[in-house]
Design a protein around this ligand. Structure first.
Ligand code: NAD
Length: 418
């Protein structure tokens, strides 16, 4: 991972790559490369022993031209202003490629939550919610879970906001528990969009998904769901990994049994259906038809990309390829379905959650999955149309061309404010 880039610079270079194919003025492109505003705040909370501690926190509202800002809140020691700005930009183009009426935002607190009690995390989350209160709201900015946050934190933010505003407004936040206004189908949504996008890519490339071999890096929420669903589509999952290592069986294994083994032991390693143990890098460089990176950003650098043998990559993770790896894979004709489309199932079902909250009418899982399927297929078709029209080398550039055009149109159609 020698060529890790500043994420905000990566975002801006992706926008520049796409801008070359767009008839949009440099002044508008300049606007689309920067957040509209970033809240930087310091939260001081009381520890359980009575001492006070200060935490840095951010919320970047990148672009609201297409609708309320939308994006998660992460708790991680490496959260930084530039990371949050970049992630909020990627959210802007993610909501645009799947054409849902939302903008892009992202937030975070610089903290390792493992070092804090539940009561301390609740005080911290409520303190952040108090700072966010003037900025958020179902028509303004709608946060969601991200790294190290989940339904628990979302319920605290919702409760703080509703108490201070003296209202009920479940759509102020998504990723809630079902009983608190969450949506059916949200947990599986990211893995589901990853495999729908992969299926569309196989179809486009005239490749058969039935019997195709698949390797999955990362066996958490996104990775394991993708493994289960691609197996149900007739593909053969031959390898998987998590932070402890990888497993392999040339004839394929049962993804559900591998997950049960991980639930019992904490890792896929040692699973009885595996015939060989692999390193994480081995899993990424196997000769398979489809590779699904579903762990962390920058998992594949340029060196590793040289060794990648998959024909298609569907990015469940955010930013699993460094920009240099992307270039190497482009030269090797690997078809990469970019993260902003492949993992957009998460934000799309968050959008459905917000719609249901506003209607106060809830859908069953079948309807959620049908609506998601239609949105991801339409987004893939728009990507391919642009990919072919501009004779592009990289599907990622095509996705950005589509997405940037949509955001720029919304900005320009709004006209100028005196
Ligand atoms: P998760 O925490 O549930 O799972 C992450 C998995 O990656 C774990 O199994 C972990 O052991 C594994 N892992 C960590 N380091 C690894 C390594 N070096 N090699 C192999 N495996 C490793 O997280 P998740 O929710 O599944 O998210 C995974 C990725 O998908 C992240 O990049 C996230 O931003 C992205 N994503 C998730 C969602 C969602 O709705 N969950 C939505 C959009 C994008």
């Amino acid at each position: 991972m020698s060529d890790e880039a500043n994420p905000f610079e990566s975002l801006q270079s992706q926008i520049d790559d796409a801008a070359a194919y767009l008839d949009i003025g440099d002044d508008v492109i300049e606007r689309l490369k920067h957040p509209e505003r970033v809240l930087e705040t310091n939260l001081t909370i009381e520890r359980d022993d009575g001492d006070l501690e200060r935490f840095e926190a951010f919320r970047s509202q990148f672009n609201g031209d297409r609708g309320p800002y939308k994006g998660g809140i992460r708790y991680h020691p490496q959260v930084s202003r530039d990371e949050v700005k970049a992630l909020s930009g990627w959210m802007t183009y993610k909501t645009a490629i799947v054409d849902i009426p939302l903008g892009g935002g992202k937030g975070g607190i610089v903290i390792d939550p493992d070092d804090y009690s539940e009561a301390e995390l609740e005080r911290l989350t409520r303190s952040f919610a108090k700072e966010l209160r003037p900025l958020i709201g179902e028509d303004r900015d709608v946060p969601a879970p991200d790294v190290n946050t989940g339904q628990r934190e979302m319920n605290w933010i919702k409760d703080t906001y509703e108490t201070l505003e003296n209202t009920t407004e479940p759509g102020v936040i998504t990723g809630k528990a079902l009983d608190s206004g969450g949506s059916e189908g949200r947990v599986e949504a990211t893995g589901r969009s990853t495999v729908i996008a992969a299926r569309e890519a196989f179809d486009y490339l005239d490749k058969d998904l039935e019997g195709a071999t698949v390797a999955v890096q990362g066996y958490g929420n996104a990775g394991w769901t993708a493994a289960k669903l691609i197996d149900e589509m007739g593909a053969t999952v031959v390898a998987a990994s998590d932070s402890s290592g990888g497993i392999y069986n040339a004839d394929g294994f049962d993804p559900v049994a591998a997950k049960e083994h991980k639930n019992e032991t904490g890792s896929v390693v040692g699973f009885a259906g595996s015939e060989a143990e692999l390193t994480n890098d081995d899993v990424l460089t196997l000769d398979v038809d489809l590779l699904i990176p579903a762990a962390l950003e920058n998992a594949i650098d340029a060196d590793l990309a040289e060794a990648v043998e998959a024909d298609v990559i569907s990015e469940a993770a955010n930013g699993p390829l460094t920009p240099a790896a992307d270039e190497v894979l482009e030269g090797k004709d690997v078809f990469v379905v970019p993260d902003i489309l492949a993992n957009a199932g998460g934000v799309t079902v968050s959008y459905f959650e917000w719609v249901q909250n506003r209607q106060r009418f809830y859908w069953d899982e079948e309807r959620v999955n049908e609506e998601l399927e239609a949105i991801i297929v339409d987004a893939f078709d728009a990507l391919v149309e642009t990919y072919e029209r501009h004779d592009l080398e990289n599907p990622r550039t095509a996705a950005y061309v589509v997405a940037i055009q949509r955001v720029a149109d919304a900005f320009e159609e709004a006209g100028s404010w005196p």
